[in-house]
Write a protein that binds this ligand. Structure first.
Ligand SMILES: [Zn+2]
Length: 140
């Protein structure tokens, strides 16, 4: 076994910093994706593992950034509202209560400046609140 594993040191949305037997290098995601699909089976396995590690690190890093931002927010407020159709109760016991009068019309997905989101069912003057949550990072 002559192939050495690649250690991922940092991963950002644009590039990945890794340590290889030749030293530290910074590569972009396209290069890493291409390397993980190359013809050489041995190198392909090494880079596929590196791609997986880098993707996980990016997710963890991004989730930590989002969580820190949401935690630091002094009070969530709807900065952006996306209106959707009602799909069901959004109340989260024991934090918020179900309100059947708010059912059956629309559901607003509210986003705070910090990134936190919550759903609110609205029907006329009635509303049923969800709870503010940090969104889950999805990178693929
Ligand atoms: Zn907030």
């Amino acid at each position: 076994m002559t192939t050495s594993a690649i250690t991922i040191l940092r991963a950002t949305v644009s590039q990945v910093t890794c340590r290889t037997p030749d030293g530290e290098s910074v590569i972009d995601w396209d290069t890493l994706h291409a390397a993980a699909k190359q013809d050489d089976a041995q190198l392909r396995a090494v880079y596929a593992a590196a791609l997986k590690d880098a993707t996980h690190l990016l997710r963890r890093t991004e989730q930590a950034r989002v969580d820190a931002s949401v935690t630091a927010c002094s009070g969530h407020r709807a900065d952006k509202i996306e209106t959707r159709g009602y799909t069901g109760s959004v109340a989260v016991a024991p934090y918020t209560e179900e309100n059947r009068s708010a059912a059956g019309n629309i559901c607003d997905l509210e986003t705070c400046r910090c990134g936190a989101k919550r759903s609110v069912n609205r029907n006329g003057r009635h509303e049923e609140l969800g709870v503010w949550l940090a969104p889950t990072t999805e990178v693929e």
